[in-house]
Write a protein of this length. Structure first.
Length: 97
């Protein structure tokens, strides 16, 4: 579980990132969460964009993405989700205490 200070730090780190995944009409599926998990292992911090044609509630989509990829939901702003998961081999981000 992330503290408020850690989430604030991660939001600042994610500000310059561009979304590398999009959730569209099909919603969240197992294949997508697997790919997001693999991307998180390499990058630790990613953005996911929720497209306008997605009928699901954006809060439910964000929770499903975090749950499926076993990541922490850092932020949901507009239609953009920021996810963080500590990498086992490629640790780059050092969280504040």
């Amino acid at each position: 579980m992330l503290t408020g200070k850690q989430k604030r730090f991660l939001r600042a780190e994610a500000h310059h990132l561009t979304p590398i995944f999009q959730v569209g009409k099909g919603g969240v599926n197992e294949n997508m969460t697997t790919q997001i998990s693999e991307a998180l292992e390499v990058r630790e911090l990613i953005k996911v964009s929720i497209l306008q044609n997605n009928e699901d509630d954006k809060h439910e989509v964000a929770e499903a993405l975090a749950r499926g990829s076993k990541a922490e939901l850092v932020q949901l702003i507009g239609h953009t989700v920021v996810l963080y998961k500590e990498s086992k081999e490629n640790k780059k981000i050092v969280l504040p205490k």
